[in-house]
Unconditional design. Structure first.
Length: 330
């Protein structure tokens, strides 16, 4: 889909798609709170506005994109059902959204996904198929299941309605907090970063949008700097929601135009940020959900004297893992 000379890609969503998604999501998604912390402001010299998507339905922002994408399907396709592959939060989001919208859901998940995420997905009534993420081609497996049943594939990030749905979180954040100088977003495959960048460009012109990846999984940073999609092996990181190996053509198409920079943080910085959220702000945040905040709290982004939006993207973490990481013994 990528044009040979980086030409515009047909089918890229725009802010109008984010606005339409916000209408579809009204009354279905939570309008999550925007939290502030004097301690965090004092540590950074900034005014920080944390968008608490750990408190979103199914525990992460992914409900937005999933619900928007399934809502947009023609009724016949919705009735046949949807299928997806995901390391967890997109799976739970598709499972819940499909139940709410009356679409059967099949979810292909890695067998080493956190137990809470597998159980949560089954609990929402979806059919779960497990695969080996280091050996098996999940997309081929998905096609083999989807084709005979006529299921619609809803991928975790590289889909216009998913991107537009995720962008609604930035729209709400800017509506609540007012114009921002910087918006810092956790980055896996780039659905959230791309959608948020569309919303920020429209609603807070001039806002710098920064993506944050795990240091071991910096394919997005390399892609951004090289001007082409770089693919890496599955990264080992505690940020299990950001173990994607490459940006998508759609997400990269938006990110390269609208994002100012992509920075990285270490697993140790993520664990320290989990401790900060638990002890100071009294909230449970999963490792991946700490990416943006870790970059801000550890000085990877220039925020001094600025108004800064920070996405807390999810809160789904096994309590045993939460206890281990927040105890600081990991
Ligand atoms: C999926 C996910 C991300 C990354 O989102 P992308 O749209 O793939 O970039 C970040 N945080 C959490 C909690 C997630 O579930």
């Amino acid at each position: 889909m990528q044009g040979e000379h980086g030409a515009a890609i047909a089918g890229l969503p725009t802010y109008a798609d984010v606005a339409r998604a916000a209408e579809r999501l009204a009354g279905a998604a939570h309008r999550t709170p925007v939290l502030t912390s004097r301690t965090a402001d004092a540590m950074t010299g900034a005014k920080l506005f944390f968008k608490a998507e750990n408190l979103q339905r199914a525990g992460a922002f992914k409900f937005r994109g999933a619900y928007n994408a399934i809502s947009a399907l023609p009724e016949a396709a919705r009735t046949r059902g949807v299928i997806t592959f995901s390391s967890g939060n997109h799976a739970q989001a598709i499972a819940l959204a499909s139940r709410l919208l009356g679409a059967p859901a099949t979810i292909i998940m890695p067998e080493d996904a956190p137990a809470a995420k597998i159980a949560g997905t089954r609990g929402y009534g979806a059919e779960v198929v497990l695969y080996d993420r280091y050996g098996q081609d999940r997309e081929a497996l998905g096609r083999a299941i989807a084709e005979p049943r006529g299921l619609t594939l809803i991928p975790p990030f590289n889909h216009p309605d998913v991107i537009a749905g995720q962008g609604t979180l930035a729209q709400e954040l800017i509506e609540t907090a007012g114009p921002l100088d910087v918006l810092v977003v956790c980055l896996g495959g780039g659905g959230m970063l791309a959608g948020c960048a569309l919303a920020a460009a429209e609603l807070s012109p001039g806002c710098r949008v920064i993506g944050v990846e795990p240091e071991t999984g910096n394919d997005g940073q390399r892609s951004f700097r090289d001007g082409r999609i770089v693919t890496i092996p599955v990264p080992r990181t505690i940020a299990d929601g950001a173990q994607s190996t490459a940006l998508g053509a759609l997400t990269f198409g938006i990110i390269r135009e609208r994002v100012s920079d992509i920075v990285t943080v270490t697993d140790a910085q993520l664990a320290e940020t989990m401790r900060f959220f638990a002890s100071r702000m009294k909230i449970v945040v999963e490792p991946t959900g700490c990416l943006a905040a870790a970059a801000v709290l550890h000085g990877q982004v220039d925020v001094r004297d600025k108004r800064v939006g920070v996405v807390i993207s999810g809160g789904n973490v096994d309590l045993a893992t939460f206890a281990r990481l927040t105890a600081g013994t990991a």
